[in-house]
Ligand binder design. Structure first.
Ligand SMILES: [Zn+2]
Length: 203
């Protein structure tokens, strides 16, 4: 009799533990899941992805003050070319206008649902960035949303730009560019150090 009673109590305890454990697991799943949901599959996410990258790029890149202070400490660029005050001023202006170009390109692309952007060098090839990617490497709009740091410029004096890929009409041209994805397995590729400064050419 006593044995049966003990067995019954043990059984009830086991059931209680199992129920409790099950509840905890349920809570963990509920807490953990929203953060892990793939961005692209959640409904209505396109409107979030297509919000202006302005704020995100500003937090992803060093700000104007930081860039200006750093440039002011340099006497020459990474190739040993002398930097005058005028050069430094031009570099800072170019940095700001280049960020704005990236933002505007994406904002305009969002107006016509551009999904892909490819990298280009304008007006000349960037000697720093060419070691990291070639002209024609492309990123998706979602990758830009998730990693705003992949928008150019990557350093003062950077001539890298992104161009919208509208689809069929540019296919031939982009095939010639050797369009390949910049991301492999959704991993953020290595990007140039923003402290690599290249004097602007006067051409
Ligand atoms: Zn560059």
């Amino acid at each position: 009799m006593a044995l049966a009673l003990i067995s019954a109590i043990l059984l009830i305890l086991l059931v209680l533990i199992a129920v409790r454990f099950g509840l905890n697991r349920g809570q963990l799943t509920n807490d953990g899941e929203p953060a892990r949901q793939p961005t692209m599959h959640a409904s209505g996410i396109y409107s979030i992805i297509r919000s202006s990258p302005r704020e995100n790029i500003m937090t992803a890149k060093p700000d104007e003050d930081e860039i200006g202070k750093y440039i002011s400490t340099l006497n020459e660029d990474m190739r040993g070319q002398t930097l005058t005050d005028e050069d430094k001023h031009a570099l800072l202006n170019q940095w700001n206008s280049s960020i704005n170009t990236s933002i505007t390109t994406v904002e305009e692309g969002d107006q016509c649902d551009v999904e892909f952007y490819y990298f280009d060098f304008i007006p000349t090839e960037c000697p720093v960035c060419k070691q990291y990617f070639t002209k024609g490497k492309f990123v998706t709009r979602e990758e830009i949303f998730l990693n705003p740091c992949i928008l150019p410029p990557f350093h003062p004096g950077c001539t890298c730009k992104i161009q919208p890929h509208h689809g069929k009409e540019n296919l031939r041209e982009t095939t010639e560019l050797g369009m390949l994805p910049l991301f492999k397995n959704q991993e953020l590729p290595a990007l140039p150090d923003w402290k690599t400064v290249i004097k602007l050419s006067n051409e």
